[in-house]
Design a protein. Structure first.
Length: 1081
């Protein structure tokens, strides 16, 4: 009885505090050892990672505090706390999460003959200063996934949104590390956060844990203004362990129809993956290895759209039928084959798109001695995949509709492919120099190579219009020839931690160097745009001609950028009381630019609305300071109510393609030009040989850089600062009756330095419309201030500041019988100046929308804001006999996205299709004109158009509330979507000799509700939608004349059909399954 009583009295409070670094790779443990309310000085603390035998040890300081850094994640650990004359306290079952500091406060009792040691089963509790979500190895293996990507699990964060966004911020402002090595899409040609194209850069079976942190207040965090996502890989242990596995998705493992509409070419979707893992000791308790390899192949339908079988068709968005007549496609195909010997590719039957990749990961962990531990990791992936043609881009002036869509169709050889290579290395040395001083040295290197492959022979790209809209496309894809990107990232970080009394002081420095080489030419074989099929075939001058070519005969001059970020920081974690901890610190970041740029005197001499541009300089290196403060308060001391939060500044990076736009558009390496019909010589004609076009027109295309202004210019503002935000949050956690836990929180973010891109060469408007309040316009071809060039895009910081705020609540419960579950709701409001939609300078600017000038879009709703989001997950696990069954379910419900109402043509004459719609105050305020066919028959009367438009306005809640006003950018919301994903795993075990073997059969199911009803979980889209815009109207009048309008449809029937939000018949809407088989030993 006495022994049990003494054991009970030794039980101590366990705490976890979230203090993580920007390159999170390990865990930590700290605490205080006392006896009779006095600190014990010199007590020995030893933590043993039982699977590997790795030992971490220290002694307590003068305040009884201890700190262990650089510990392996996971566990279980056994922790022994001993001191002469006192009973040894032993804690078992301790498990550490990535980036968390496990705080263990211990009360020792004097030794006696009855009790020399007390064994306690540790109970983990979590404290947070910021907003962190940890995804454990168990969740990685039990939650449903088919893509097997890190980003499939980051959605567990309550702050997650669409397109890898967090807290309403652009997903490109996140940072991702694996074992501390940056694994980001740094160049930013796509919205995917991870490099490697369609392939995942590292296998899910190689990952041990993931953490998602949106507002950490440790100053060791950097390089993000969205979220910091960190993963660590698995390590070997003292036991030989391995797996051999396969995941199969045959063609019948996907839904075939949505709302009775067939999913196009669904039989083409299939994939297979084969992999293995192996971990073992090389020297027991000393040296370990872990390796993983995978091979993956998949196919998907290349092009969903089909041409029209009838002349004069209007297209069918729901069934993916283009208005482009198949006979016109055949006519052009035969014409270019006969005249130029060029095969444009298929137009009625496309090959499936293929994607294939292989990846390999190897890791070594070496316990050098009791004070030093080293880990090394190597990872590589190579992938190839097919892709479809760019939708609307040209050299400068965009096409007015997608090249595959209701209006237009492209030949098969206008598509292209990607080839991606990613290699990453990481080395980490954790050293314990004394009981109070510990050090972490981290060195990483990542190499990324992205290039393209082309279909067919080299040929200029040709867009052919019909009735003023995009109709068909042939030739080599605009951006594919000579397209090559290389990105090398090297970083070194050193942190020293000093345990002094109730203070844990961290100081450190970090340096990151990024090298980029970008070979990028828009339309290097030339780009032609014709008004009609007949104009192209009869040799008429094109509406538009453009090309980008290298000077001095170079086909692919590459722009180089070497960027560095130097950081230094210091912070103090002050344990004011056992229940209150305060973290405060200061971080300094200094951007560095190492390359000299070639200047262009011709540009420097010009004035663009009074602005002079010097392309020979990068921005000035300006110090960015980030103070931060965080707290964690256990209000009652029993973990029943815990209040956490903080405030601070965070400095991030951006897609560096926006920087390399400067040297590639400086007119020194290459020249990008575009000419309209009136600017072309009288004898200018189509020529499939772009080099002949260049040499035959030397005045238009100078072969060497000189005193010429390029056709488009891009540069970075000399005073530009890297993006920086001020972020604050508060969170409360309540332990409720029956084991429930409720977490409620709020977060606010405001831009300090945001990123915008402006056209400095935009001319002042020519006038103002009388029919719309304050709407300006530019007369035809009169929107450039300096006629020697076109767009002059400046990358700069915006004058107005965006902001985001979020509220969330999450309820969780873990039951004793194997069931765990959680449910959460998040509300997010986000506003910004621009989504910076694109990569090339001109495209980013042109893809914005505004009432007037795109240089002044104002602060409005962010495309990355998902206002309402519901998430829930549940898991049930039961073991019986030699088997185990696990069932997991994940639910998410949210509004699909935001969109803007815009006109379908260039109503204000600025050369862009980017004008936000005006909502009339009354039905009679707008004047419509009849829509007629080629035979001059009225197909949609003005009366019917006016009636239909006004009915639409009255039935749309946003438009109805904003009569007499302009719509705001991204102000309207797409429909809700609700999806359930499920995973069922059945394990079978057998013991042969001393070894345990297992086989797991699993089934991952996405959007399982769609199995029951083909509408459930399906995305919806509008037939009048073009990306983030819904285009109801177009102006029928010429620019500057009294405004008249037409609906964006050929008839009332077409409008009524296309204006509905119909279910999208695509694989993204349909249910999917994947069968897995894994052998373990």
């Amino acid at each position: 009885m006495l022994k049990r009583m003494r054991s009970f009295l030794v039980a101590a409070m366990l705490m976890v505090i979230a203090t993580v670094s920007a390159q999170v790779t390990t865990s930590s443990m700290s605490g205080k050892v006392t006896a009779q309310d006095e600190p014990i000085i010199g007590a020995t603390v030893v933590a043993i990672h039982e699977p590997s035998g790795t030992r971490y040890g220290t002694v307590t300081n003068i305040s009884g505090q201890f700190n262990l850094q650089g510990m392996r994640t996971g566990g279980p650990y056994k922790v022994e706390v001993s001191y002469v004359g006192y009973q040894t306290a032993i804690y078992k079952g301790v498990n550490l999460s990535l980036g968390e500091v496990y705080t263990l406060n211990v009360v020792l009792k004097e030794s006696s003959e009855l009790l020399d040691e007390v064994i306690v089963t540790a109970q983990k509790t979590v404290e947070k200063m910021g907003t962190v979500t940890n995804v454990s190895e168990r969740q990685l293996t039990t939650l449903p996934t088919i893509n097997r990507s890190i980003t499939d699990f980051t959605k567990l964060s309550p702050y997650a949104g669409g397109s890898n966004s967090f807290a309403g911020r652009d997903g490109r402002y996140n940072t991702i590390t694996v074992d501390g090595a940056a694994l980001n899409n740094n160049f930013g040609l796509s919205t995917n956060n991870l490099p490697g194209g369609d392939a995942q850069p590292i296998s899910l079976d190689a990952i041990d844990e993931i953490s998602v942190n949106v507002s950490p207040y440790s100053v060791t965090y950097s390089n993000f203004t969205g979220a910091s996502i960190n993963a660590v890989t698995k390590s070997g242990t003292n036991e030989l362990k391995g797996t051999v596995y396969t995941y199969q998705k045959p063609k019948n493992f996907i839904g075939k129809s949505i709302n009775d509409v067939d999913v196009p070419n669904v039989e083409s979707y299939k994939s297979s993956l084969y992999g293995f893992t192996l971990g073992a000791p090389i020297i027991k308790n000393k040296l370990f290895f872990f390796v993983n390899g995978e091979l993956e192949n998949s196919t998907s339908p290349g092009i969903l759209w089909t041409p029209s079988q009838e002349e004069g068709g209007s297209g069918d968005n729901q069934n993916h039928i283009s208005r482009t007549w198949i006979k016109d496609l055949k006519t052009i195909s035969d014409f270019v084959k006969d005249k130029y010997g060029y095969d444009p590719g298929s137009y009625d039957k496309f090959d499936d798109f293929e994607s294939k990749n292989w990846k390999l990961m190897a890791r070594l962990d070496w316990n050098i001695n009791k004070s030093h531990k080293l880990s090394l990791r190597f990872n590589t992936v190579k992938s190839e995949n097919d892709a479809s043609i760019s939708s609307t881009s040209s050299v400068i002036t965009k096409a007015n509709s997608n090249r595959y869509g209701v209006d237009a169709f492209a030949f098969g050889n206008s598509n292209y492919g990607f080839r991606n290579i990613v290699t990453s290395l990481s080395g980490e040395l954790n050293s314990n120099f004394s009981s109070s001083v510990q050090n972490k040295l981290l060195v990483t290197y990542t190499h990324i190579r992205d290039s393209r492959t082309t279909k067919g022979d080299a040929f200029p790209m040709v867009d052919i219009y019909k009735d003023g809209k995009q109709y068909m496309t042939l030739g080599t894809e605009l951006f594919t020839p000579f397209n090559d990107v290389e990105n090398n990232v090297f970083s070194v970080t050193d942190n020293v931690t000093i345990n002094k009394g109730n203070h844990l002081i961290t100081a450190g420095a970090t340096f990151e160097r990024q090298y980029f080489m970008n070979s990028y030419l828009r339309a290097p074989y030339g780009y032609y745009r014709y008004a009609s099929v007949n104009d192209f075939m009869t040799g008429e001058k094109p509406m538009l001609y453009g090309i980008t070519y290298g000077y001095n005969g170079k086909d692919a001059p590459g722009a180089e950028l070497t960027f560095g970020m130097l950081g230094a920081y210091a912070q103090d974690e002050y344990s004011i009381t056992p229940n209150l901890k305060l973290t405060y610190g200061l971080r300094f970041d200094l951007p560095l630019y190492f390359d000299d740029l070639l200047g262009n005197a011709a540009i420097k001499e010009q004035s663009f609305n009074g602005t002079n541009v010097d392309v020979s300089e990068w921005p000035k290196s300006k110090l960015l300071i980030s103070p931060r403060l965080g707290f964690n308060w256990d209000i009652k001391g029993d973990r029943s109510i815990v209040l956490t939060g903080g405030t601070g500044l965070f400095t991030g990076l951006l897609p560096f393609v926006w920087f390399t736009n400067q040297p590639t558009n400086a007119g020194q390496m290459q020249n990008m030009v575009e000419f309209e019909t009136s600017e072309l010589p009288a004898n200018f004609a189509f020529n499939p040989n772009y080099k002949e076009t260049l040499t035959q027109n030397p005045d238009m295309f100078p072969s060497t850089p000189g005193n010429e202004v390029p056709g488009a210019i891009a540069y970075v503002d000399p005073n530009f600062k890297m993006p920086q935000v001020w972020r604050s949050n508060v969170n409360a956690e309540f332990q409720l009756p029956y084991g429930f836990m409720l977490s409620v929180g709020a977060m606010y973010t405001r831009d300090i330095y945001n990123v915008v891109q402006k056209n400095m060469n935009e001319k002042a408007p020519s006038g103002t419309y009388n029919e719309q309040p304050g709407r300006v316009y530019w007369t035809k071809n009169n929107y450039y201030d300096n006629p020697k060039t076109k767009t002059v895009i400046q990358l700069t910081n915006g004058d107005e500041k965006g902001y985001q705020y979020s509220f969330n609540a999450v309820l969780t419960k873990k039951f004793d019988f194997g069931f765990t579950g959680s449910f959460g709701y998040t509300y997010t409001m986000a506003k910004d100046m621009t989504a910076n939609p694109g990569s090339s300078a001109a495209s980013v600017w042109q893809n914005n929308v505004a009432v007037n000038s795109l240089n002044d879009p104002g602060v409005s709703y962010s495309l990355f804001s998902t206002p309402h989001r519901l998430i829930a997950n549940a898991s049930y696990e039961v073991a019986y006999a030699n088997m185990k069954t696990t069932v997991s379910l994940f639910y998410t419900g949210y509004q699909q996205g935001r969109f803007s109402y815009t006109y379908s043509n260039d109503m204000n004459g600025d050369g862009n299709y980017s004008d936000l719609m005006y909502v009339p105050a009354s039905k009679e305020e707008m004047t419509f004109v009849d829509i007629k066919d080629k035979q001059n028959n009225v197909t949609y009367s003005a009366v019917d158009q006016q009636e239909d438009f006004w009915n639409y306005v009255n039935n749309d809640s946003y438009l109805n509330d904003h009569k007499g006003q302009y719509v705001e950018r991204a102000s309207s919301l797409e429909p809700w979507i609700h999806r359930f994903d499920m995973k069922i795993a059945q394990d079978f075990y057998a013991k042969i000799g001393s070894r345990k073997y297992g086989i797991q059969v699993s089934l991952d199911m996405l959007n399982i509700g769609n199995l029951l009803n083909s509408k459930w979980g399906a995305y919806r889209s509008c037939g009048l939608q073009s990306y983030d815009n819904v285009r109801l109207l177009k102006t029928a009048s010429k620019v500057g004349e009294p405004l008249t309008y037409q609906m964006n449809a050929s008839s009332r029937e077409v409008f009524q059909k296309n204006s509905k939000w119909d279910y999208t018949a695509s694989t993204g809407s349909a249910w999917q399954m994947q069968l897995g088989v894994k052998f373990t030993f």
